[in-house]
Design a protein around this ligand. Structure first.
Ligand code: ASP
Length: 422
């Protein structure tokens, strides 16, 4: 049986048994016992196993990617193309979301009593997130922090500063292309070794993927408040519709016309990545799979996967940006805050910037989203209203985030004159 079939089975069995347990045994001590002692720890171990390799992988693959591109002019060209692609396609994604939320107006469908109920049930979580978001320094300091004074300190924390790691890795890669070849060779060998080790470790982790995915999905579906899905249905539909339009139309359009690659074939080849992103809700945890599937199934050259994909996992979050835009406007509608076109343009800009700054972990974007709410005068504690359905939306937006990275890598490959594997 193929790996993605096994993962899909894990996902399907996890979803069916989770939903059934939710309906039959919700809040029973037995179910809580299973969640607490079996599925939660199993899911976390699987996620940690994958995320554990992300820092060495980003460092090794980015600096190697840069060193392999070799020529600084070529690096500048690929870098500029990649970053421009991220900005343009992410802004396009938010625009789709904003058009939908203005047309559907999901905020007008939320009854006052549901709003009050949600605000009080998720009040504690919302206050915690609000405190985290108040401590985020977003502004000029964010740009200053991209150049880390101490690269080890920047990553040695629960939420590593990925942009600082990216900067450090890029600079090391650039230096490797400048120094004498024989002096660069030992470090290049070492980086190749680290890369190969991550591949092996991830392969070991992915052997457990069907069980890990089962556990993650069971934990989510057996706890999920399905009644919330009904109460927030118009909001959920708006986000999911936006994500689907961006996935089916924008990505397919880019693949077909800019990359000249059949979109259906493309998505078939990256099934494992889609399943991993959906079940882990984490671009970072999916990164190793994203890199290996792009190389093996699509034939994207190592220098491009090594450069574009680690950057993309941190900076290119189309699904997250779209979700942020929709959520800000939805909550503005709920609280009766009128956002002018000018303000909505600020929402687009802020959604793009905060999506770049979001950590690629489950709910990584929520504290930054709360910051945007406060910025446009929507009560930030209103985040409580959507917290109950966030995980479901997170699973879907992470799929967009990750598939967007591969779409970009495929485009860069083609535009640099390489062929993709048919
Ligand atoms: N979970 C998302 C990711 O890892 C980030 C977010 O939208 O919260 O890509």
């Amino acid at each position: 049986m193929k790996r993605h079939t096994k993962i899909f089975l894990g996902l399907a069995i996890g979803a069916v048994s989770g939903v059934l347990s939710n309906f039959l045994f919700r809040d029973s001590p037995q179910l809580q016992f299973i969640q607490k002692y079996f599925t939660d720890p199993a899911g976390k171990i699987f996620l940690n196993f994958l995320i554990m390799m992300v820092i060495p992988l980003v460092f090794a693959s980015l600096s190697l990617g840069v060193a392999q591109i070799g020529d600084l002019k070529k690096l500048g060209r690929i870098g500029l193309k990649t970053i421009s692609y991220f900005f343009v396609v992410t802004a396009f994604a938010v625009t789709i979301g904003l058009i939908l939320v203005n047309v559907i107006k999901p905020g007008n469908f939320l009854p006052e009593e549901t709003k009050t109920e949600l605000m009080s049930s998720f009040q504690n979580q919302a206050t915690e997130i609000k405190t985290t978001s108040e401590n985020i320094e977003f502004g000029i300091q964010t740009f200053v922090n991209i150049v880390p004074r101490n690269p080890v300190a920047a990553i040695a924390k629960p939420n590593p500063e990925m942009l600082a790691l990216i900067f450090f890795s890029l600079i090391v890669g650039i230096a490797l292309t400048i120094i004498d070849k024989d002096k660069a060779a030992p470090l290049i060998k070492l980086l190749e070794g680290i890369n190969d080790i991550t591949v092996v470790v991830i392969n070991i982790a992915m052997k457990f993927a069907p069980i890990g995915v089962f556990a993650l999905i069971f934990s989510v579906t057996s706890r999920f408040g399905y009644d919330l899905l009904v109460a927030l249905s118009m909001y959920v539909v708006t986000v999911l519709l936006g994500l689907t339009i961006h996935l089916i139309f924008s990505y397919s359009f880019l693949l077909k016309f800019a990359t000249k690659y059949n979109p259906i074939k493309f998505f078939k080849k990256i099934e494992t990545v889609v399943l991993t992103a959906f079940s882990t809700s984490s671009s970072s945890a999916t990164l190793p799979t994203t890199i290996s599937v792009s190389q093996t199934n699509l034939g994207i050259p190592k220098q491009i996967t090594g450069f574009v994909l680690p950057l993309g996992a941190t900076m290119n979050m189309n699904g997250t940006a779209l979700f942020e835009g929709v959520t800000v406007l939805f909550l503005a509608q709920v609280f009766g805050v009128n956002l002018s076109i000018g303000m909505q343009l600020i929402v687009i800009l802020m959604s793009v910037l905060t999506a770049i700054g979001s950590a690629g972990v489950p709910s990584g974007s929520i504290p930054l989203l709360v910051m945007v709410l406060a910025m446009v005068n929507v009560p930030p504690e209103g985040i409580a209203i959507i917290l109950g359905v966030d995980r479901l939306l997170d699973m879907c937006r992470t799929v967009l985030n990750v598939t967007g990275d591969i779409t970009c890598a495929a485009y860069i490959t083609k535009s640099e004159g390489f062929e993709l594997k048919e």
